[in-house]
Write a protein that binds this ligand. Structure first.
Ligand SMILES: *[C@@H]1O[C@H](CO)[C@@H](O)[C@H](O)[C@H]1NC(C)=O
Ligand SMILES: *[C@@H]1O[C@H](CO)[C@@H](O)[C@H](O)[C@H]1NC(C)=O
Ligand SMILES: *[C@@H]1O[C@H](CO)[C@@H](O)[C@H](O)[C@H]1NC(C)=O
Ligand SMILES: *[C@@H]1O[C@H](CO)[C@@H](O)[C@H](O)[C@H]1NC(C)=O
Ligand SMILES: *[C@@H]1O[C@H](CO)[C@@H](O)[C@H](O)[C@H]1NC(C)=O
Length: 463
């Protein structure tokens, strides 16, 4: 039944560029900045942002994905009832922004958010559980509708009321696309490198995220603000940032053999890893991006709960960590019982000393484009506490083996990154994406500044 509407879909329908200049509907808001809470979901470890969509405005909890080029929302009846949505006609100049969208030429079902003639399609991606388009309705149209977020006001010191943004572009998914996503989530927020990501559509040049590790207190996303970013007690984290270039992988997962499409993920130039100030030896060429097939390099991901290292890097780093932890400074011996999956190295909690920077363990340094630009990882970000039935109480090194050099899912030739910096390592770190100057500002752990990502004060008013 769901397929009935699929009468004619032209894949890779090439849009004739009209001479009309592209007018993005968003200039009106370009000087404003916005803010929104990001909550970690207890059971899935996913990071969920709260936004508002539709008319009347309706709360939408969306999975934060730094590697997704656009946003999608469940448009099935139970959730979507907007009176203001619009389709994007396939020959409309705005379609250019979508790349090379397929076109739904003729839809025979009753008109609705997911059914209109001559309308652009966008194919949603679920990074947690890939969508099986042979069993789910494959038609997902691109829509324009209102998006609303709280405005950041009064010199970034306060959260104001919800402010509507017109003509926000997103794709209209289905309930079946939500598999694997946290309870209550109705879609995905695309923060990736693209001209239709959430941050680019709202306020083109800057966004920043500060993920909270707390399961009850949210962290925060800032849109359009270069700072200040105030966290109690009155600390402006924009002054604690160190910068490294954001680089582009020219061969992303959507590439074809004759049609290379840059990756929507943000890559940074990791040049070496140090454990306790000593460089870890491994094959350095894994850290470079191979321009023919996109293999290698280092990305930042909010959908990987823990940093993933290519197997040989993982082995070298864990070996160096075990050795440094065993030295007299730390005097740590790993648990003799099996480590807790997916981790390889754990220590009895009773052996570990805790300071404000978390467990006292060897520091792990990510040395970036220049030897003096270092992302420092202390115990609070390198270790995770696991308490389980049967008396298991351990701290484990929160890095996982990403497998040997592999291809990305669904491709035989496109390579995956060698290092994916994951959520646990991003928590209580301020990250600013400067899309204008193509650089990433990072703070390393803000615990050293006496604050946390959950210390951003959302107003007590309901937002
Ligand atoms: C938007 O991005 C797509 C895909 O990367 C690209 O093909 C298109 O040319 C871009 N449009 C504009 C106006 O930049
Ligand atoms: C699409 O066009 C066909 C032919 O004109 C028409 O029968 C159909 O109802 C239209 N579909 C929608 C959703 O308007
Ligand atoms: C703006 O912030 C300042 C300093 O925090 C405060 O004194 C003032 O009352 C605020 N203004 C408004 C309109 O809330
Ligand atoms: C290092 O890795 C690259 C890419 O996988 C491979 O081509 C090369 O042979 C490796 N070098 C060594 C010394 O293992
Ligand atoms: C190191 O730890 C072991 C057991 O955990 C203990 O017996 C030993 O005294 C410790 N050594 C130092 C130098 O603290």
């Amino acid at each position: 039944m769901a397929m009935a509407k699929l009468v004619l879909v032209l894949a890779f329908f090439f849009i004739q560029s009209l001479t009309t200049s592209l007018t993005l509907p968003l200039q009106a808001t370009a000087t404003k900045s916005f803010v929104s809470p990001i909550q970690k979901d207890r059971s899935t470890l996913q990071y969920i942002i709260t936004a508002y969509l539709q008319t009347p405005l309706r709360q939408a909890k969306l999975l934060v994905d730094l590697g997704a080029s656009f946003t999608w929302v469940n448009c099935d009846d139970k959730y979507f009832h907007s009176t203001t949505y619009k389709h994007i006609p396939c020959d409309y100049p705005l379609a250019d922004l979508l790349g090379q969208p397929a076109c739904l030429v003729n839809c025979v079902d009753p008109p609705g958010p997911n059914c209109a003639n001559n309308s652009c399609l966008l194919s949603p991606v679920n990074p947690i559980k890939p969508i099986d388009f042979t069993r789910s309705d494959p038609i997902a149209t691109a829509l324009l509708d209102y998006l609303a977020l709280p405005e950041l006001i009064n010199g970034s010191s306060q959260v104001g009321p919800l402010e509507k943004i017109r003509n926000f572009i997103f794709s209209c998914g289905h309930t079946s696309y939500l598999k694997g996503l946290a309870r209550g989530v109705v879609g995905l927020a695309g923060f990736g490198r693209s001209n239709i990501s959430i941050p680019v559509q709202i306020t083109p040049h800057f966004f920043a995220i500060c993920l909270s590790g707390s399961k009850s207190q949210p962290g925060v996303a800032f849109f359009g603000s270069k700072g200040p970013y105030y966290f109690s007690p009155g600390i402006d984290l924009s002054s604690s940032l160190t910068y490294t270039p954001l680089i582009v992988n020219p061969v992303g997962k959507d590439s074809g053999p004759d049609n290379k499409i840059a990756s929507p993920e943000y890559y940074i130039e990791l040049t070496s890893v140090k454990v306790n100030n000593k460089v870890v030896q491994f094959n350095q060429s894994l850290l470079a991006i191979t321009s023919e097939n996109g293999f290698g390099g280092t990305t930042i991901s909010t959908v990987a709960p823990y940093t993933k290292l290519e197997s040989s890097i993982y082995k070298a780093v864990t070996r160096a960590f075990l050795k440094a932890a065993a030295s007299s400074t730390y005097n740590l011996t790993k648990t003799t019982t099996k480590p807790v999956k997916p981790f390889g190295v754990c220590y009895p909690a009773s052996d570990i000393k805790i300071t404000k920077m978390g467990p006292v363990v060897p520091t792990i340094d990510l040395v970036l484009h220049n030897k003096d630009v270092v992302w420092k990882i202390f115990g609070s970000n390198s270790m995770v506490r696991i308490v389980k039935k049967g008396g298991v109480d351990v701290w484990c090194l929160a890095f996982v083996d990403g497998g040997a050099r592999t291809t990305v899912r669904d491709s035989t030739w496109i390579g995956s990154p060698s290092v994916v910096i994951g959520g646990h390592q991003l928590e209580d770190n301020m990250l600013q994406f400067d899309l204008e100057s193509k650089k990433l500002g990072f703070s390393s752990s803000i615990l050293s500044k006496g604050t946390t990502c959950s210390n951003f004060k959302f107003s007590t008013k309901k937002i």
